[in-house]
Design a protein around this ligand. Structure first.
Ligand code: THU
Length: 140
């Protein structure tokens, strides 16, 4: 499926969806809510929040929650990603595990925005976040 060409306005809408998702964050340990919203190539938007656990290593980040929601609903190609970290005072980028997972489902030119608020967003791409990506032929 072809990627959707995403306008700045659409990225801002996606960021607002990520902000909304962060309100559902289950983060009693870090008290650091995160929300993510993913526009898939079929035009749907899937959201996710971080979900922590008293066994700390079992925490699932917002980005992977959103991505796994998308795959569970049959959407496996992504067009844009937004990540909201409303309690940070600077834009917090996705962790290494999430970068690996997002690149499973999106090309390098997929736009990604992240930040604490709409006035303080970093706009980048999957390729910038995850250079030297490889081994996609294993899925063929
Ligand atoms: N977290 C995310 O959900 N996504 C990120 O990009 C960075 C970190 C979560 C994990 C944990 O629940 C909390 O933020 C603090 O690390």
């Amino acid at each position: 499926m072809e990627k959707i060409i995403v306008t700045e306005e659409k990225l801002h809408e996606l960021f607002e969806a990520a902000m909304q998702a962060s309100k559902l964050s289950y983060s009693p340990y870090s008290k650091f809510p995160v929300g993510a919203a993913i526009l898939t190539c079929d035009g749907r938007v899937f959201t996710g929040c971080n979900i922590e656990n008293r066994s700390f290593g079992l925490t699932n980040c917002a980005e992977r929650t959103a991505m796994f929601n998308a795959v569970t609903e049959g959407a496996t190609r992504i067009s844009a990603v937004a990540i909201a970290t409303p309690k940070s005072d600077y834009p917090v980028g996705p962790c290494g595990a999430c970068r690996q997972v997002l690149t499973e489902f999106g090309d390098g030119d997929v736009p990604v925005v992240f930040g604490p608020k709409i006035e303080n967003l970093v706009r980048t791409t999957l390729a910038e976040l995850y250079p030297y990506d490889s081994l996609h032929e294993l899925a063929d």
